[in-house]
Design a protein around this ligand. Structure first.
Ligand code: HEC
Ligand code: HEC
Length: 215
């Protein structure tokens, strides 16, 4: 009896050690992946800032403001770049920008953009449209947070993003220009007016900002 018990304990401790080493490996790999080189990212970001670093810069056609990247989750920024590179997102200029980026480049760029820390204070305007958007955003809160400050690094922060960009991105999930079944499913029952209201609500919240050359 005693001998058998000892063997069981030994076996347990081997299993525990194996599990522990697996956990450590997973954590180390995850960390190496998440940590980009901010300084290298700053050099790579020079081209990006020509659009993303100019407050209010617009996409040519259709006309909407270029998204704010400052304050966004690094992991989501990488997922976004991968989306343009692997053609899950169709925006032509961003596809061209991402086509030549390596995985390491993407992590370094993301590290640069998230190294800025000034959260932008929302407009705090209240309007009937924002109030409607707030009510409609209740179903989005599980992933994007109550005010659009998502707590999960792979889910984008929406708070403070340009309203017209939010409208455009939602239109793209709906019409398939962005291939993302999760978001397409979320938007399927919404009208154009709902989307305008949601965008008005999120864009008025404190959050994202334009990371400029000077930062
Ligand atoms: C010519 C202007 C331009 C340049 C240069 C540019 N971008 Fe973009 N970027 C855009 C526009 C416009 C969008 C929105 C595209 C869409 O509708 O999907 C965008 C979207 C993105 C997104 C997705 C943001 C989100 O919230 O989903 C990321 C990430 C991004 N760009 C990173 C970069 C990086 C990194 C570079 C430099 C390597 C870069 N961009 C260069 C115009 C530009
Ligand atoms: C189950 C989780 C989940 C829910 C619920 C959800 N989203 Fe999302 N949302 C995501 C993910 C994941 C992405 C990123 C998809 C991608 O990689 O393009 C996203 C992307 C977005 C974007 C694009 C942001 C950007 O920077 O380009 C907008 C806008 C958005 N969601 C709005 C909403 C709204 C409005 C609702 C509620 C009606 C909602 N989402 C509900 C997970 C969710």
């Amino acid at each position: 009896m005693i001998v058998r018990k000892r063997i069981t304990q030994n076996q347990m401790s081997i299993i525990e050690k194996v599990l522990l080493s697996l956990v450590i490996t997973a954590l180390t790999v995850g960390a190496a992946h998440a940590d980009g080189d901010r300084d290298r990212g700053a050099i790579l970001a020079d081209t990006c800032l020509g659009c993303h670093g100019i407050p209010g810069q617009r996409n040519g056609y259709p006309s909407y403001r270029v998204p704010k990247l400052g304050g966004q989750h690094a992991e989501y920024l990488v997922l976004g770049m991968q989306g343009y590179k692997n053609l899950g997102r169709s925006h032509p200029t961003m596809r061209a920008q991402a086509a030549t980026l390596s995985e390491q480049d993407m992590h370094d760029l993301a590290a640069y953009f998230v190294s800025h820390s000034d959260m932008e204070v929302g407009s705090e305007t209240s309007s009937a449209q924002i109030a409607r958007g707030k009510a409609k955003a209740a179903v989005c809160a599980a992933c994007h947070g109550d005010t659009g400050l998502s707590q999960t690094p792979s889910w984008p922060i929406l708070a403070g993003q340009h309203g017209d960009y939010l409208v455009e991105s939602m239109a793209q999930y709906r019409n398939g220009q962005r291939d993302d079944p999760v978001m397409a499913g979320q938007l399927i029952n919404l009208s154009d007016a709902d989307i305008e209201d949601l965008a008005a609500f999120y864009s008025a919240q404190s959050g994202l900002f334009t990371a400029t050359y000077d930062d």
